[in-house]
Design a protein around this ligand. Structure first.
Ligand SMILES: *[C@@H]1O[C@H](CO)[C@@H](O)[C@H](O)[C@H]1NC(C)=O
Ligand SMILES: *[C@@H]1O[C@H](CO)[C@@H](O)[C@H](O)[C@H]1NC(C)=O
Ligand SMILES: *[C@@H]1O[C@H](CO)[C@@H](O)[C@H](O)[C@H]1NC(C)=O
Length: 515
């Protein structure tokens, strides 16, 4: 590895650091989702009567940022289903949560996993296909629950989603204490009916069941007016709800109004979410880019204008290495890189590796341009920009030779900025130096203080949250370990090839030896 090798590593790190530049937790306590972490995931999800649907996400991933409003809206939409299923989130970009994400074999973000009732240790849940609307999510979750219940893997606490085949009158005789039986009549496999049953199952005064329209006793409803709602009171009076809409929301509102019920009567544990009823309009919140914290560790004013451009910071490189080792490497069982695509064919000499990484970087920038994860202060443009390196551009195309020269210039050892990294103090040689060092130390401290205040919001979650950063012992040992392991593997391969070749030659010679 010559300077080309060092170049690859630096460019790779730069690429990773562009991924880590966004850090902000995507959910908070005002959302209708249960926030899980390493301290309480197992205690909360395992062994419950209700099922769970958990989103494993990473707060810097663009798809996750895009998906978060949908997931919040979904959580709100099904918040009355707690008896049957609860909605949770776990942030895999938090160091301490990484082991849980690895155990659950999370290979990409976001991953949504379903857990049935009474989950035990070792159950990694079943992954749901990637869905993009609240409606699709609701239907997929419902299908899972119906299937579990059908195979007796449900729980008594769940809403009964199976079609009711018995006589209507017997529903209230079972001693449940309910005053009304609500029958939702619809064609087979009706997601509207299932959702409505789960909406209503929390009210102690209601027994809600689903009746398929082809059953003898409800055939009179025909097919045109479906879904229909019939309410039977304790004294046997039957009533059909007329002139209400056919959507789940319209029917639920009509039923609750008719029976004079409201959400405060839900027979579940009172939760603080109850207090917020009516606070929102049920619309997803727009991602507010101003509120996302893009987590630069020093305030903008700490940089001179020259440094802001294409200055490469040692701090970024160190952060990127740490992040790559702790998250990217730690979390995946197998690491596939864009390497397979074209590396073998496009790399002939050392300098090609630099250009190959540079091309990869720009490919990703192109893909993420305009994405919700984009930092408005640092738009994802092709690098280097015409302003930073005019000679790198020929019309609308890059001149790769110029780009190579440019990259070698800005990543040269002498060009790196060590601002924000820790300096190893040299003992003062005399009194004057000692005074100077003390003064300098004060200045550095106050600068770090400024950056702390500027970023206190993101401090807790940010993977880049150590103002002036240095490798921990674990990082260094990991590096050494990886280095050692790869050396040994290369040596082993080399030896085995040489030995095998020698053996073959000896056999060949022996076979042709004259007697
Ligand atoms: C939760 O996040 C929303 C934006 O998503 C914000 O408006 C609200 O103030 C936050 N609440 C808390 C308690 O952090
Ligand atoms: C799990 O712990 C986190 C951090 O302490 C907390 O914010 C969250 O509410 C907890 N969740 C549960 C379900 O207890
Ligand atoms: C840019 O590249 C395209 C395709 O490689 C080529 O057709 C075009 O002529 C190039 N433009 C300039 C100004 O070199």
């Amino acid at each position: 590895m010559g300077s080309g090798g060092a170049g690859i590593v630096l460019l790779f790190l730069c690429f990773i650091s562009s991924l880590t530049s966004i850090v902000a937790s995507l959910y908070n306590s005002t959302d209708d989702v249960v926030i899980l972490d390493h301290t309480n995931f197992t205690a909360t999800v395992h062994g419950t009567e209700n099922a769970w649907v958990v989103e494993f996400y990473s707060s810097w991933c663009g798809h996750c940022i895009q998906f978060a409003p949908t997931w919040k809206l979904f959580g709100r939409d099904v918040r009355d289903w707690e008896h049957t299923i609860k909605v949770g989130v776990l942030d895999c970009s938090v160091d301490e949560n990484v082991p849980i994400c690895r155990e659950h074999e999370i290979m990409g973000y976001p991953t949504v996993k379903l857990f049935a009732a009474r989950t035990t240790k070792g159950d990694i849940g079943s992954a749901m296909p990637h869905l993009t609307t609240v409606e699709e999510l609701g239907e997929a979750v419902t299908d899972f629950l119906v299937e579990k219940q059908k195979t007796n893997s449900g729980s008594k606490s769940w809403a009964d989603l199976q079609p009711y085949k018995g006589a209507v009158e017997t529903l209230l005789e079972s001693g449940s204490g309910a005053e009304w039986a609500v029958l939702v009549i619809d064609k087979a496999k009706s997601h509207t009916a299932w959702a409505l049953l789960m909406d209503l199952a929390g009210y102690p005064s209601i027994v809600a069941r689903y009746k398929e329209a082809d059953q003898e006793d409800v055939r009179r409803f025909g097919t045109a007016g479906l879904p229909a709602v019939m309410i039977v009171s304790k004294d046997g009076k039957e009533e059909t709800l007329n002139d209400v809409g056919k959507s789940r929301d319209e029917m639920r509102t009509a039923i609750l109004k008719k029976l004079m019920l409201n959400r405060e009567m839900l027979g579940k544990k009172t939760s603080s979410k109850e207090d917020r009823e009516g606070a929102g309009d049920g619309q997803p919140e727009e991602i507010n880019k101003d509120k996302l914290n893009y987590g630069d560790d020093l305030p903008d004013t700490a940089f001179t204008s020259m440094e802001r451009n294409d200055q490469v910071f040692m701090v970024d490189i160190e952060n990127a290495v740490s992040y790559a080792i702790n998250h990217e490497v730690a979390q995946h069982k197998v690491i596939k890189a864009m390497y397979a695509e074209d590396a073998e064919s496009s790399i002939k000499v050392a300098d090609d590796t630099i250009l190959w990484l540079w091309r990869g970087h720009n490919k990703v920038n192109k893909r993420l341009k305009g994405d919700a994860s984009e930092d408005p202060r640092h738009p994802k443009q092709q690098f280097p920009s015409p302003a930073a390196c005019p000679s790198c551009w020929h019309g609308e195309n890059f001149s790769e030779r110029e780009v190579l020269t440019y990259l070698k210039t800005i990543y040269a050892k002498g060009a790196l900025s060590f601002r924000g990294t820790q300096t190893i103090p040299v003992p003062p040689r005399n009194r004057q130096e000692k005074v100077q060092q003390q003064l300098h130390g004060h200045r550095q401290q106050s600068q770090v203080l400024i950056s702390h205040q500027d970023n206190k919001l993101s401090r807790d979650q940010s993977p880049q949250n150590t103002g002036s950063w240095s490798f921990t012992n674990t990082d260094i040992s990991l590096c050494v370990l990886l280095y050692g392991a790869s050396t040994i593997i290369i040596m082993a391969v080399y030896c085995s090839v040489v030995i095998r070749r020698k053996m073959r030659r000896r056999k060949f010679l022996e076979a042709y030896k004259l007697p």
